[in-house]
Design a binder for this molecule. Sequence first.
Ligand code: DOR
Ligand code: ZN
Length: 343
Amino acid sequence: MTTLTIARPDDWHLHLRDGAMMRAVLPWTARDFARAIIMPNLVPPVVTGAQAAAYRDRILSALPDGMAFEPLMTLYLTEDTDADDVAAAHESGLVKAVKLYPAGATTNSASGVTNFDTVRPVLDRMADIGLPLCVHGEVTDHDIDIFDREAVFIDRILDPIRRTTPGLRVVMEHITTSDAVDYASAQDDTLGATITTHHLVINRNHILAGGIKPHYYCLPVAKREEHRLALRKAATSGEKRFFLGTDSAPHTDANKLLPCGCAGCFTAPNTLPILAQVFEEDGALDKLEGFTSKNGPAFYGLPVNADTLTLTKSAPDLPSHVDTDDGPVTVFDPGFDLHWRVT
Ligand code: DOR
Ligand code: ZN
C-alpha cells in the first residue's frame, strides 16, 4: 500500500499554550487535525466558562488565514469550580469536557484537586448532563513510586469516583500501562482512553539508558517495554474505547534542558507519519482511521469529519525544531526514519 486516505483526524488531548508559543505551534496541529480538545493548564488555568470563551477567541485569532481548525474547549476542575458555570458552558456548546488534574501531578497542576469529595457535586452534575471528565490519572503521593502512580490512581481514585458517580463519562488520558489498558477494556462505554504518539514509541530505557534524554521526559512517564507493547496492542486493536490524544506539549529547549526540566513531548508536526508507521509495522493500517478519526468522535458524540487526509509512502519533510519568539521547541524524535508523509 502506498497511499492511505482517512477521514480527517482529531486530537483528543492537546496543549496549545498561549501567546508566542501558541502562534508557533497551532499551525502544525491545524495542518493535519480538524479539531482538538484543548488542555486548560495555562497560568492562570482556564477555570470558568468566560475564561474558556476568551481562550477560544485567542486561539481562533492566532490561526493563520486559510486554515480551518475547531478548538474544543475544556475547563480546569478546581475545588472551587461552580457546577452552574460548568453546566452553562456545556449548554452553550463552548465546552466539551472538564479536566481533572490531581494537585501537583504535572505542569501547572497546582490548582488541581486534593480532596476528591469536594468536587463530587460538580461530577454529579456532569453525569446528569453528559459532560465528559478528562482525567490525568496519577496519584501524587511522594511515597508512591513514579512508575506505579497510574496503576495506584486507578485503584484508589478513578474506580471509586466512577462507582460514586455512576454514568459519569470519563476519559482516561494518555494511558501508559497494561493496568490501564486492562481496566479500560473491562468497562462499559461510559469510559474512553486516549493514547499518545510517543507512548507507542518509547519505553523508559529511551529516557534513561545511555544518557538522560530530556526530550523524552513527559508525564505520565514512559514505562517498561511490556507496557508499551500493551498500548500498541490497544491502539491497533480497532477497539472503540481507545483513541488518539497526542498530549503534544511544547516547551522551549531552554525549559526542557534544565536541572529540573519540564515534562512534555512535542509531537504535533510528526504524529501522523509516526502513527502510520506504527500501525503499518503492526499490520494494522486498516485500523488507523478508527484510532485517529472515528473512535474519538463516537465517544464525544460528535460527527466524524467530512473531509479527508491522505498519507503517501515517502519520506516526510519535517523540521527538527519549531522556532518561537520564546526560543526553539524540539520536535519529538521517534528514533527511526519516517516513511509516510501527509500530502
Ligand atoms: O508531559 C506532560 N506535559 N504531561 C502533562 O500532563 C502536562 C504536559 C504539559 O502541560 O507540559
Ligand atoms: Zn496533557
